[in-house]
Ligand binder design. Structure first.
Ligand code: GAR
Length: 202
C-alpha cells in the first residue's frame, strides 16, 4: 500500500476531498495519519469520522520546532508514510521534516504561485485586482509556498467578488485537483527534473 499523511490546521475540506476520493475508489492510497497543529480544529472531527489516526499537538508545548517536527517524523515512520500532503497547514517545514521526506512532500495553495504566497492568498488576489487567480500544487522546500510546481488551475475573478465568493470558486477546484495530483504521484506519472527544480509529467 501507498500511505499518506495529511497535515491540516483548520476546516479540512481538502482532507475530506482526499478521504472521499479514497472511499469512492478513485484514489488508491491509504490515509494513515492526520497531523494537526490546532487541537479542536474541525479537521480532527473529520478524521475521527473517517477512522484516520490523528496526531494533534500544540506547537507552544514543545521546546522548539525541531522538537515537534521530530515527533511528527517518528509518528510518520511508525505509520510507514510514503507521501506527506499539506492541506491548509500554515507553517514552514524545516529540515527536521524535509530531510527524511525529501521530494515526498506536497502542498496546495489558493493562488497561481509565485503570486500571493503566504497567508490570505485569496484576499491578496482581490486586493491586487487580478482578473485571474487559481490553485497551485507544488513540491515543498524550505520556503513559504515555494518549490517546484506540479499543477495549476486558473479561476476567474468576477466583478464584485468578495473573499467569500472567490473562495467558493477556488475550493471546489482544489478538491478536484489535489486528489488527481496525488493519484498521479502514486502512479509515478510525476517526476522531478535532475536539478530538482522542475516537474515533468508522463
Ligand atoms: C486551502 O484553501 C489551502 O489551499 C490553503 O488553506 C486552505 C485550507 O482549507 N492553504 C494555504 O493557504 C497554504 N499557504 P481546508 O482546511 O478547508 O482544506
Amino acid at each position: 500500500p501507498f500511505r499518506i499523511a495529511v497535515f491540516a490546521s483548520g476546516s479540512g475540506s481538502n482532507f475530506q476531498a482526499i478521504v472521499d476520493a479514497v472511499q469512492a475508489g478513485k484514489l488508491d492510497v491509504e490515509v494513515g495519519l492526520l497531523v494537526c497543529d490546532r487541537p479542536g480544529a474541525k479537521v480532527a472531527e473529520r478524521a475521527a469520522a473517517a477512522g484516520v489516526e490523528t496526531f494533534a499537538f500544540r506547537p507552544k508545548e514543545y521546546a522548539s520546532k525541531e522538537a515537534y517536527e521530530s515527533e511528527i517524523v517518528k509518528r510518520m515512520q511508525e505509520q510507514r508514510i510514503d507521501l506527506v500532503v499539506l492541506a491548509g497547514y500554515m507553517r514552514i517545514i524545516s529540515d527536521t521534516l524535509l530531510q527524511p521526506y525529501e521530494g515526498r512532500i506536497v502542498n496546495i495553495h489558493p493562488s497561481l504561485l509565485p503570486s500571493f504566497p503566504g497567508l490570505d492568498a485569496i484576499g491578496q488576489a482581490l486586493a491586487h485586482g487580478v482578473k485571474v487567480t487559481g490553485v497551485t500544487v507544488h513540491f515543498v522546500d524550505g520556503g513559504m509556498d515555494t518549490g517546484p510546481i506540479i499543477a495549476q488551475r486558473a479561476v476567474e475573478v468576477a466583478e464584485g467578488d468578495t473573499a467569500d465568493t472567490l473562495a467558493d470558486k477556488i475550493h471546489p477546484v482544489e478538491h478536484e485537483l489535489y486528489p488527481s495530483v496525488i493519484r498521479a504521484i502514486r502512479e509515478g506519472r510525476v517526476a522531478l527534473s535532475g536539478d530538482g527544480r522542475r516537474v515533468g509529467w508522463r
